[in-house]
Design a protein around this ligand. Structure first.
Ligand code: BEZ
Ligand code: MG
Length: 561
C-alpha cells in the first residue's frame, strides 16, 4: 500500500491523515453483544461522551465540546475530546456526584457551573439507566400478562430516554413524521450531500435513488423522510392537530438550488408503519412535477415532462415511491449474495427490482410497476441512505447491501454507469457525508480489524466468531453489489483471522463453522475477482479451509461437539 507523497503535498497529506485518525478515534464502537438481562456498562464512558457531544435545546443542555470551545484559547478537536473524556472519567469516579467534574471544567475551560450541572444531570440519568436492567423481570411480567411500562424506541445517542431497556417499546406517531427536530437536522445533511456531489461532478445530481427504512425513521423521528422532502424542495405542512398530511413548496429563491428528482425504495416495514408518509412523499413528487418552473431548476418536472412527451401519463411518470408487494418484505439480495446464488452481477439488480417494483401512494396499494421503476432507476446518478444509529453500521447487518447495494447494482445496469454511492452519518455533531468506499474503510478499521471490537466479540465465544464472519460476509456484499471494497481490506482480513495461526486456532476452537465460512468467503472473493492476493496466500487459505473441514467432519463423526 505504500506510495510516495510528493514533498509539496506532504503537509496536506499529513493533515488529512490526522483528520482520518481523529475520525476513527472518535467513533462510538459497540463492544461485544448485548446479553439479555445484563446491564451493559462496559462502555458507559464512551456512551456518555457521545451523548455529551450534542446540544439538546429541549432539555436545556449544551454540548460539552462546544461549551469548552467557548472558553479562552483555540483548541484542537482532540484537545476538546480529551477534556470531555477527563471530565466524564472524574464524574464516573466520583460515583455520579458532579462537583469535581464541574470544578475541573470551570478551571480548565471556564465552563460555567450551571451549564456543566445541566449536562451532568443528563449524564447521571443516562448512567443510572445503563446500570439498571429489568429485561428478565419485564419478560416474566409480560408472560404473566401484566403491565409493562412503555418507553420510546430510538438510538441511544439520539434519544437517551430509551433507558432503561426492558420496557414496552413504542414507536412513533406516524402523523408526526418528520418531527420538527428531524426536519431541522435534515437541512445541513442535505446541503452536505449536494455540496459533496457538486464538488465531485461539477453539477447537481438530477436524480437520487434513496432508501428509507422503518426502524431508522422511528429512531430519528423521520430524518430520512425529511431529507427526501427537502431534496425535492418542499416542507411538511402541519394541520391544526399538528399532523403532517401535506407539503408546502419552498420557493426556488429560498431553496437556492434546483429541486432534485428522487426514486424512493422503502422497506416493507416502512410501508406498513408510515402509510401517511408514503402518501405525503408521493403527493410531494406530483406537486413538484406540476410546478411552472424552468427544467434546469426542477428536475422532477424535467423528467416527468420528458416521459409525458414520450406518451406516458402524468400519474405514471410522476410515480416515485416503490416497495414490496403488500405483505412481502425484503429485497432478498442478501440471500442471493451470501448463498452465492448468482453468476452475473446484473442478476442482483434484477432481483432487487422484482422484489421492490410495487408502486405506492395516492391509493395505489402496491401495483406492480416494473417498467416504471426501471425507467426511474435509469436516471439515477447517485444512491444514498441515511445512517440513523451508532449501533448498526453497513457491515454489521446484511440489509444495507441488500437495499443500498441492490439498488446501486440495478442502477448501474439500467443507467449504464455505476452511480456515486453516499451515506450520511447523522450521529456526528456536524453532518458528515461519506462515499460508500470511505464508510467500508472506516467500518473495517474501527470494527472488523480493530482489536477492541473483535476481542470484545471473541469474549462471547461461539457467537462472537459468528459476528466476525458476518462482518466479513457483509463486507463481501459491498464488493458483490457495488465494487466498493479495496483489495487491502481482504489482505488484512485474511492476515488477521486466517493466516495468523494463533488466531485461527482461537477461532476454530470456539466456532469452526464460522471460521470455515470466513475462509471460504475469502476464497470466493478471489474466485469472483474481488481480490487477488497471489498463489501463495491462496494456497494457505485452501490449506486452512481443508483443515477446518477435516475438523468439522471428525467432530461430526466422533459426535463429540
Ligand atoms: C426496516 O426497519 O425498515 C428494516 C429493518 C430490517 C431490514 C430492512 C429494513
Ligand atoms: Mg434480518
Amino acid at each position: 500500500m505504500s506510495h510516495e507523497v510528493p514533498p509539496e503535498e506532504r503537509e496536506s497529506y499529513v493533515l488529512r491523515l490526522h483528520e482520518q485518525l481523529l475520525e476513527m478515534e472518535q467513533r462510538l464502537i459497540p463492544i461485544g453483544l448485548h446479553v439479555f438481562g445484563e446491564a451493559n456498562q462496559n462502555h458507559a464512558a464512551d456512551i456518555l461522551q457521545a451523548i455529551a457531544g450534542f446540544d439538546r435545546p429541549e432539555m436545556g443542555v449544551r454540548s460539552l465540546p462546544s461549551l469548552i470551545a467557548e472558553g479562552p484559547g483555540l483548541r484542537e478537536p482532540q484537545e476538546l475530546a480529551a477534556l470531555v473524556r477527563e471530565a466524564i472519567a472524574i464524574f464516573l469516579a466520583e460515583g455520579l456526584v458532579p462537583d469535581r467534574a464541574v470544578e475541573f471544567l470551570a478551571r480548565t475551560a471556564h465552563v460555567t457551573e450551571q451549564q456543566s450541572r445541566n449536562v451532568f444531570a443528563l449524564l447521571a440519568r443516562v448512567a443510572r439507566g445503563l446500570s439498571r436492567n429489568q429485561e428478565v423481570d419485564s419478560l416474566m411480567r409480560a408472560l404473566r400478562g401484566e403491565y409493562i411500562e412503555p418507553g420510546p424506541g430510538a438510538d441511544i445517542v439520539q434519544n437517551p430516554e430509551i433507558l432503561p431497556t426492558g420496557r414496552n417499546t413504542h414507536a412513533v406517531n406516524p402523523y408526526a413524521i418528520p418531527s420538527v427536530a428531524a426536519f431541522r437536522k435534515a437541512e445541513p445533511v442535505v446541503a452536505a450531500l449536494l455540496r459533496r456531489s457538486l464538488g465531485e461532478r461539477g453539477r447537481y445530481p438530477e436524480t437520487i435513488g434513496m432508501v428509507l427504512w422503518g426502524m431508522d425513521n422511528i429512531k430519528s423521528q423521520g430524518e430520512g423522510v425529511a431529507q427526501a422532502l427537502l431534496l425535492m424542495g418542499v416542507e411538511p405542512r402541519r394541520d391544526a392537530l399538528n399532523r403532517v398530511t401535506d407539503v408546502d413548496v419552498i420557493p426556488l429563491e429560498r431553496l437556492g438550488r434546483p429541486r432534485i428528482d428522487l426514486v424512493l425504495t422503502v422497506s416493507g416495514i416502512f410501508r406498513d408503519l408510515f402509510g401517511t408518509s408514503v402518501e405525503v412523499l408521493d403527493r410531494a413528487a406530483r406537486r413538484v412535477a406540476a410546478l411552472d418552473e424552468p427544467d434546469e431548476l426542477n428536475f422532477v418536472r424535467k423528467h416527468v415532462g420528458h416521459e409525458q412527451r414520450g406518451g406516458a401519463s402524468f400519474e405514471d411518470s410522476a410515480t416515485r415511491v416503490f416497495s414490496n408487494a403488500p405483505g412481502n418484505y425484503g429485497a432478498n439480495v442478501n440471500f442471493m449474495v451470501t448463498d452465492g446464488q448468482w453468476e452475473r452481477a446484473e442478476e442482483i439488480g434484477d432481483l432487487f427490482i422484482t422484489r421492490k417494483c410495487f408502486a405506492f401512494g395516492r391509493g395505489l396499494d402496491g401495483n406492480r410497476s416494473r417498467e416504471l421503476m426501471e425507467q426511474a432507476l435509469s436516471r439515477v446518478e447517485l444512491t444514498y441512505q441515511n445512517i440513523d444509529s451508532a449501533e448498526v453500521g453497513i457491515t454489521d447487518v446484511d440489509h444495507y447491501f441488500e437495499y443500498l447495494g441492490g439498488m446501486t447494482q440495478a442502477v448501474e445496469v439500467r443507467s449504464g454507469h455505476r452511480p456515486d454511492v453516499y451515506l450520511s452519518d447523522s450521529l456526528s455533531a456536524e453532518p458528515r457525508i461519506r462515499s460508500l468506499s470511505e464508510v467500508v474503510r472506516l467500518e473495517t478499521r474501527t470494527k472488523t480489524l480493530n482489536p477492541k471490537w473483535y476481542e470484545g466479540m471473541l469474549k462471547h465465544g461461539f457467537s462472537g466468531v459468528a459476528e466476525i464472519e458476518h462482518h466479513v460476509t457483509n463486507t463481501f456484499g459491498w464488493s458483490a453489489t457495488a465494487g466498493a471494497v479495496d483489495e487491502w481490506i481482504y489482505d488484512e482480513i485474511a492476515g488477521r483471522f486466517i493466516l495468523d495461526s494463533a488466531m485461527l486456532q482461537r477461532l476454530r476452537s470456539m466456532n469452526p463453522y464460522a471460521a470455515r465460512s470466513l475462509a471460504a468467503r475469502l476464497i470466493e472473493a478471489h474466485g469472483r475477482g474481488f481480490w487477488d492476493p497471489g498463489a501463495e496466500v491462496m494456497d494457505q487459505l485452501h490449506d486452512a479451509l481443508g483443515g477446518l473441514e477435516d475438523q468439522i467432519e471428525c467432530a461430526g463423526m466422533g459426535g463429540n461437539r
